[in-house]
Write a protein that binds this ligand. Structure first.
Ligand code: ADP
Length: 518
C-alpha cells in the first residue's frame, strides 16, 4: 500500500468512527427538566404547607356563607322581631301624636281624629286640664278610657305636667301612674299636654294596641327551618358543581404539565372550562411548542456540533499521523489541509462563543465614529483571492456611522459569506450602499436559489438551516444570521431579506448616518 492509500484509509476510518459516535449520540434521549434540576437532584426541603382541594375550599366557603346568612336571618327575623316591631310602633305613635296636636285648631278636628284612629288602629281621648273628657274615640276597646275617670285624668295631667308635658309607657305592668291595663293585649299609651290657639290646656291620650308577634314568629321559624335546609343543600350542590367546573380543567392541565415536564412535547393542553383556564391552556400549548422547538434545536445542535467539531478534528489527526509516520508526506498541501480544518474549527468555536455572549448579554458594543464605506471596501478586498467570484460594490458617497467597527464588519462578513455560499452558478455577488434620509442601507445580493417564503422568518433563529441536506448548508453552523440579528439589535439597526425562489436573495441592514458634529 502506498503512502497516499494509507492516508485515505486512516482518514476514512476516523470519519467512520466519528459518524458511528454521531449516530449513537443522536439516539441518546435527552431529558429536559423544566425546573433546571438534574435527575435525582431534589429540591431543597421546605416545611410542607397544608394545601386543600378546590372542592374542599369551595365547600367550606359556601358552608360559611350559608351559615352567616342563616344566622343573620334568624337573628333579625326571630330574635329581634319583637323589639323591632315595638320600635316601629312607638315611632308611629309619636308621629300620630304630632298630627293630632296640629289638627286641634281645625274646625273639623273631630273628623280628622276619627280618620286617624280608623286608619292607624288607634284610640284617642282629649281632656281639659281638669280631666273632663272632650272627645273620646275608641275602636271597640274602651277599657282604658272607661276606667280613666276625670279624677284620675286630672291627677295624670298634673303628674305629666310636672314631668315635662309628655309621657309614653306600656300597659303591660305597673306604670308610673299606677294604671293597669285590663286588656289582655299589650298597648302603648302616649300622653301629651298642649294648648290650642284659644289658649285652653288640653291633654291628649293616645293608645295603640301591640299585636302579639308570637304567632308570626312561630310561622317564621318553620319557614326559616325549611329555608335553612334548602340553602344548605343548595350550597353543597353548588359547591360540588362549581368545584368540578373549576378543578377539572386545572387537573387536566396539571396532568399534561407533568407529561411536559417529563419531556413529552407532544402532549396537548385541552382548552375547556372558564376563560382563564382556556387562556392558560393556550399559553401552555404555545410554551410546549416553543420548548419542543428548543429541544429539537438542542438535539440538532449537539448532533451538528459534534459532527462539525469531529470532522475537522479527525482530518487534522489523520493528516498529522500520516505526516508523522509516512516519509515524504510532509507536503505543503497536507499542511494546508490541517490549517484549513483548524480555521474551520476556530470559526465554529468563535461563532458559538459570540452567540452565547450575545444571548447572555455579556457582549457589549463599543461604538465609535467609523467610515462604513471604507470598512466594506476593506472586507471585500480580502476576497480578492477568490478570483472565480465576481464582487461589485455600488455606492454614491462615503458614509460615516457611529457603531462598533468590529461587530459591523462581522455583520458584513456573515452576509457576504452567506451570499458566497449560496449564490448561483454565475458566482456573482453585488453589494450596495445607499443613503435613505438619515439612514444608510447596505444590501448584499446573490443570484442563488432563494429562500421559501414560509422559511424566511426562521432563518434569523439560532442553528436554523433551511435545507440541512443541502451540501452548502452543511458547511455552516446556522449561527451566522442570528449573530447578525443580535449585533444589529444592539446597534438599534434594522435588517431584513427579500428573496425570490430561483432568482436570488438580498439581505440588507440599516444604520443611522452620523451627522457632521458627531
Ligand atoms: P449558516 O451558517 O448555516 O449559513 P446562517 O444563520 O447564516 O447559518 O443562515 C441560516 C440559513 O439561512 C442557512 O442555513 C441557509 O439555509 C439560509 N440562508 C442564509 N443566507 C442565504 C442566502 N444568501 N441564500 C439562501 N439561503 C440563505
Amino acid at each position: 500500500m502506498n503512502a497516499e492509500n494509507e492516508l485515505v484509509t486512516v482518514v476514512s476510518d476516523a470519519v467512520e468512527n466519528s459518524a458511528a459516535d454521531d449516530a449513537s449520540s443522536k439516539k441518546e434521549k435527552f431529558k429536559f427538566n423544566l425546573f433546571g434540576r438534574k435527575d435525582g437532584q431534589k429540591e431543597k426541603t421546605r416545611k410542607p404547607k397544608k394545601r386543600y382541594h378546590i372542592r374542599t375550599q369551595l365547600l367550606w366557603g359556601f358552608g360559611l356563607f350559608t351559615v352567616i346568612i342563616l344566622a343573620l336571618l334568624w337573628i333579625f327575623q326571630i330574635a329581634l322581631l319583637n323589639p323591632f316591631y315595638k320600635l316601629i310602633k312607638k315611632s308611629e305613635v309619636r308621629h300620630t301624636m304630632s298630627e293630632v296636636v296640629e289638627s286641634l285648631d281645625d274646625d273639623d278636628y273631630i273628623e280628622e281624629l276619627m280618620d286617624l284612629c280608623r286608619d292607624r288602629n288607634l284610640e284617642i281621648m282629649l281632656t281639659d286640664e281638669y280631666g273632663s273628657k272632650i272627645v273620646s274615640i275608641v275602636n271597640g276597646r274602651s277599657d282604658f278610657f272607661d276606667m280613666l275617670g276625670s279624677d284620675m285624668a286630672c291627677k295624670i295631667y298634673s303628674k305629666v305636667s310636672n314631668s315635662g308635658g309628655e309621657e309614653i309607657f306600656t300597659l303591660d305592668g305597673k306604670n308610673p301612674h299606677g294604671i293597669y291595663g285590663t286588656q289582655s293585649d299589650e298597648s302603648f299609651v302616649y300622653i301629651k299636654l298642649c294648648s290650642n290657639s284659644a289658649g285652653e290646656s288640653r291633654m291628649i291620650v293616645l293608645t295603640a294596641e301591640l299585636t302579639p308577634v308570637d304567632a308570626t314568629r312561630n310561622t317564621l321559624e318553620i319557614l326559616l327551618l325549611a329555608i335553612s335546609v334548602v340553602m344548605i343543600l343548595m350550597s353543597v350542590v353548588l359547591a360540588v358543581v362549581l368545584s368540578r367546573g373549576i378543578s377539572r380543567p386545572i387537573e387536566s392541565i396539571n396532568e399534561s404539565a407533568k407529561k411536559l415536564a417529563g419531556g413529552d412535547y407532544e402532549t396537548e393542553f385541552r382548552e375547556f372550562g372558564s376563560k382563564e383556564t382556556c387562556e392558560l391552556a393556550d399559553t401552555l400549548n404555545f410554551t410546549r411548542k416553543e420548548l419542543g422547538k428548543v429541544e429539537s434545536l438542542r438535539r440538532e445542535l449537539i448532533a451538528n456540533v459534534s459532527h462539525d467539531l469531529r470532522t475537522p478534528l479527525t482530518m487534522i489527526k489523520g493528516y498529522s499521523e500520516v505526516m508523522r509516520d509516512i516519509p515524504g508526506e510532509n507536503t505543503p498541501q497536507n499542511v494546508q489541509v490541517i490549517i484549513d480544518e483548524t480555521e474551520r474549527l476556530t470559526g465554529l468555536v468563535n461563532d458559538m462563543l459570540d452567540i452565547s455572549k450575545l444571548e447572555t448579554g455579556n457582549m457589549k458594543i463599543d461604538p465609535s465614529l467609523m467610515n462604513l464605506t471604507q470598512s466594506i471596501k476593506a472586507i471585500l478586498h480580502r476576497y480578492d483571492k477568490l478570483s472565480d467570484y465576481r464582487f461589485t460594490f455600488d455606492y454614491d458617497e462615503e458614509i460615516w456611522v457611529v457603531a462598533d467597527e468590529l461587530k459591523i464588519s462581522q455583520v458584513v462578513y456573515n452576509l457576504v459569506n452567506n451570499a458566497l455560499t449560496y449564490t448561483g452558478d454565475d458566482k456573482s455577488i453585488s453589494i450596495k450602499q445607499e443613503r435613505r434620509g438619515d439612514r444608510v442601507r447596505v444590501s448584499v445580493t446573490d443570484t442563488g436559489e432563494g429562500i421559501e417564503q414560509d422559511k424566511i422568518q426562521n432563518i434569523w433563529d439560532r442553528y436554523y438551516k433551511v435545507d440541512k441536506a443541502h451540501k452548502r448548508a452543511q458547511k455552516g453552523t446556522g449561527l451566522g444570521l442570528s449573530i447578525v440579528k443580535k449585533i444589529l439589535d444592539l446597534h438599534g439597526g434594522a435588517y431584513g431579506v427579500v428573496s425570490t425562489l430561483g432568482v436570488g436573495s438580498t439581505f440588507w441592514f440599516e444604520l443611522n448616518v452620523a451627522e457632521n458634529n458627531e
